[in-house]
Each structure stands twice: as C-alpha cells, then as structure tokens.
Design a protein around this ligand. Structure first.
Ligand SMILES: *Cc1c(COP(=O)(O)O)cnc(C)c1O
Length: 365
C-alpha cells in the first residue's frame, strides 16, 4: 500500500510517473533497452533528453536567451559553482563582491561556500527570529557580481513573497524546494538552480537555468567540471549526465503538463497549503511558527503550543510515530530545528493533506 509521504526530500513522486517508469524499465520507446543502459550520446537517448528540456522550457516559460543545464552535485555544488563562475578572481581568494540574504540554513551554507571564492557579504538576515520571516532586501552595491537569495526555505518553511529588484546586478536563486510549484518570472533572474529531489524527480540531477550573458566568466583555474561554459557548450554532455534522472524528470513534467501546467498546480498548491494553515491557526495543540506573510506553500513546519511540556512528555515524538503508523510518514522536523514538518510538494494530493488534518484533529482529542 502507498503511504502519504511528507518527506522534505527526496520526496514523493506522482504514482503515474512511477508506474510508467516501471512499465518502460526494460524497453523504452521500442529501443529494446532501459534508459539506464543507453549511451548518453546515442540517438536512442536524444529524444529522452530533448523532451525533458523542452517541457521544462515550456512549463517554466524559460526565455530563449537562457541555457538549461542538467548537472550533478546537487544544489550544494551550485553553492560553489555560482561564486566560482561569477565572482572568483585571477587566483583563489581575491574574488569580486557578492550579496547574500541569510534566510536559513541552506542560505547560510551557500554564503559560507561563496566566501571561499568571492568577497561575499550577508546584507540582511532573519537569524534574529530563528528565520521565521524574510528580511527586506537592501539594494545591491553597484559592484556586486551577483545577489543571492533562497526563494523557498525548506527547513524553516518561509518563502519570498516577491522578487527583489536588483537592477543590473544578476539575481541568483536557489529554488530547490519550490521549482514549478507556482508561476515564476524566470526573466527576472540571472541564474536559477534546483536539486531535483524535492519537486522534479530523483536525487542526482541538478537543474541550472542561466542567462547566456553570465556564461564564460570563470577564471582559468576553475575545475573543468565546475564551469558553466563547458557544460553549456557541450549541451550538458561534457561527461556522462545523470541520464535516468533526466528521463524521470521528463515523465514528471509530462504529468504536470497533463494536469494543466504551472498555473494549475499553483492553484492546487495554494489550496492545499491554505487548508493546512487554516487548521494550524485554529488548533489548540499545534501552530505554525512562521510569519504569515512569508509562509511556504511547500514546507510547513509546525510545533506544539506547550513546547517545553511536550518535549518532556515526548508528545512530538509520539505524534510522528503514530502518524507513521497511520500511513502519514516522514513528518519529523529537520534535525537542526526539531518539531514537525509537512512537505507538500506538487506530487502530494489534497487527499493527503486532508488525511493529515483528520489525524491531527483526532490526536488533539
Ligand atoms: C535540499 C536543499 C538543498 C540541498 O540540496 P542537495 O541537492 O542535497 O545539495 C539546498 N537548498 C535548498 C533550498 C534545499 O531545499
């Protein structure tokens, strides 16, 4: 029996996608091979790759002056590639200025990595209130090489409510946990990147969407595999790309298109999130610690009202355990923040959210 899986990542995939992949496992498109067995340079893999890229372009409305790259290394490798390619100097340690907004644990990791190659600075932070809000974004400095934000903060459950205007300074965003969750104006960004395992497909593929004029700025000492220009020139095939992941992403995008695309999933996601926040806001036992203006549609952390008491009595641990026994799995909060968290990505049906609310009402007694 399938469970309702609230995992923050890797996370649930649509059942029709899994079933199609299963049926095509030994023989895809009449080639007599699994996607896993094909040369990435073969005519058999070409249509698989092209389908994924063209669906992503169509669904996200990616302008033609942007390249789409399918890389490895997760969003975490982009924490290094962004500064290396946009702000690193002639030798290590003498980079250009780069602005970072500190909205959580991933944003902080991105900043710390950038400091190794760029003159990275945190220009605003919400750390003072345990990252429960998004700080207002100061204007960039004229000599910033780029301006980095984390659009949806997976661990603390916040989301930017608008795209900051950074003028001529390229805006770079980690969209690992919100890609394709609602319409997004790609043209406002210089680079968008996302690990696939939240809302796109299996772990192991990273999508990078980059405006062409930002390609080709890496210093000579940059490792080949970390250069956007090499990946762009080689069509993501400088070395073997994550072929099977790219194929599954294609199936997920096809599923999303059949569902009505990003506008439609955005409405569904809003409906799911509204339902759950409404319940939390009226619960006697649970609440959302996040500022209402910046609530994530995808990751909804929640805690018990009498937290110290609850910790002593093991209430939250018992909640997670009993929920799992009822088929509602992976509801524990991030190991660094505790509490609970329901991740309700695109593949989570509204029935899953309703089942969770019903369970929580009963648990409250
Ligand atoms: C999960 C996540 C990451 C880390 O992704 P990896 O692919 O494991 O490197 C980074 N940023 C955000 C916003 C995430 O949700």
């Amino acid at each position: 029996m399938r469970v309702f899986n609230f995992s923050p990542g890797p996370s649930a995939l649509p059942l029709p996608v899994l079933e199609k992949a299963a049926s095509e496992m030994p023989d895809v498109n009449g080639t007599g091979q699994s996607v896993m067995e094909m040369s990435h340079r073969s005519g058999d893999f070409k249509p698989v790759f092209e389908k994924t890229e063209s669906l992503l372009r169509e669904l996200m409305g990616i302008p033609t002056n942007y390249k789409v790259l399918f890389l490895q290394g997760g969003a975490s490798l982009q924490f290094s590639m962004v500064p290396l390619n946009l702000a690193a100097g002639d030798k290590p340690g003498v980079g250009k200025k780069a602005a970072y907004i500190d909205t959580g644990i991933w944003a902080d990791k991105a900043f710390k990595e950038a400091k190794k190659y760029a003159h990275a600075e945190v220009r605003a932070s919400s750390k003072d209130k345990a990252y429960a809000y998004i700080p207002s974004a100061p204007a960039p400095a004229g000599d910033d090489a780029y301006y980095h934000i984390t659009f949806n903060n997976t661990i603390v459950g916040t989301k930017w409510d608008s795209i900051p205007d950074t003028g001529d300074v390229p805006l770079v965003s980690d969209i690992s946990s919100c890609i394709l969750s609602e319409p997004m104006d790609v043209g406002k960004f210089g680079i968008l990147y996302a690990g696939a395992q939240k809302n796109l497909g299996p772990a192991g593929t990273t999508v990078v969407i980059i405006r062409e004029n930002l390609i080709g700025k890496a210093p000579d000492w940059t490792p080949a595999l970390l250069r956007y220009d090499i990946h762009a020139d080689e069509g993501s095939m400088y070395n073997t790309p994550p072929c099977y992941g790219i194929y599954i992403i294609g199936l997920v995008l096809e599923w999303l298109k059949n569902l009505g695309g990003v506008e439609q999933i955005g409405k569904l996601n809003r409906e799911k999130a509204d339902l759950f926040y409404y319940y939390l806001d009226n619960s006697r036992m649970f609440y959302s610690p996040v500022d209402k203006k910046f609530r994530s549609l995808m990751n909804i952390p929640f805690v018990t009202r009498e937290r110290d008491e609850a910790k002593k009595s093991g209430l939250e641990t018992r909640f997670v355990k009993e929920a799992a026994a009822a088929g509602l799995v992976n509801l524990a909060g991030h190991r660094l923040v505790g509490g609970m968290r329901a991740s309700i990505y695109n593949a989570m049906p509204i029935e899953g959210v309703k089942a969770l609310i019903d369970f929580m009402k009963k648990f409250e007694g």
